[in-house]
Design a protein around this ligand. Sequence first.
Ligand code: NCD
Length: 309
Amino acid sequence: MNGVTQHKLSCENLLRIDDLSDDDLAAILARARWFAECLTAKKPVPPSLAGRTQINLFFEDSTRTNLSFDLAGKKLGADVINVPVAASSVNKDEDILDTVQTLDAMGADVMILRTRDPRAHERLSQRTRCPVINAGNGTIEHPTQALLDAATLTRTFGTLNGLTIAICGDVRHSRVAGSGVQLFQRLGATVRFVAPDDLLPDRELFADTERFSTLETGLDGADVVMALRLQRERMENPPPIEAYISEFRLDHDRLDLAKDGAKVMHPGPMNRGIEITASLADDKARSLVLDQVFMGVATRMAVLDQLIV
Ligand code: NCD
């Protein structure tokens, strides 16, 4: 696929990586690459969402994901509305179903939804006319983050096929890891989890993904190391920070445990000095963090463009 020809995604909603066929994945990555070239060259793109209404409804805090969907929709010509959740009728005990149906009835053509409740998207998407895109559901999935991470890796390495990707830190509470592991494996990468035991997912989940409890063992041979934040707001008993820092904080010396020239990724928001040192996060030769943000806009443009045809 060359990214210029139009493709329509095979799914009605994008709630999970499994909603996408192999053709969909190839088409999204190709289109994202093409949009990234247009953005870099400051070239206008076809306004495929002109006259369409995109509603961003985030029930959890967000900077990158919300703004990147906002920008992606605007680049494609959509009218984009960001619902000010903190000042909405949700605070008058309105059921989220009524909020969503109200926005749908206002003429939404797509709804970007982030919730704390992992089951909300399934239930709500059955009650809307417009497609729903999952921008994060509790600790379970965040499909567009995985897609933008794959787009970033494709741009950097040419392919994910054959890469070894070590996802490090609070894997247990990470929807980024949840979607990422599924997508990266489908694209031919080997994925490993590297974390203290209590931050690994339950054994029955991701059973075919290797698990390591030290950076020394888990980073050996890795092409890519993805650091995750300690998602303390989702934990019952957050671990002591000092012990975590001494065993798991990524820095240049620890990245040397991986392959020569290995790259580091982070979905953000970063807690500098906890899961990653500031000097590694800011090292343009090793860190893909800002490439991920850039590819986030291009990838979300590709998803919107191919879902709402
Ligand atoms: C992540 C999220 O919200 O799941 N951030 C993001 O979308 N870029 C990761 C996190 O909260 O740590």
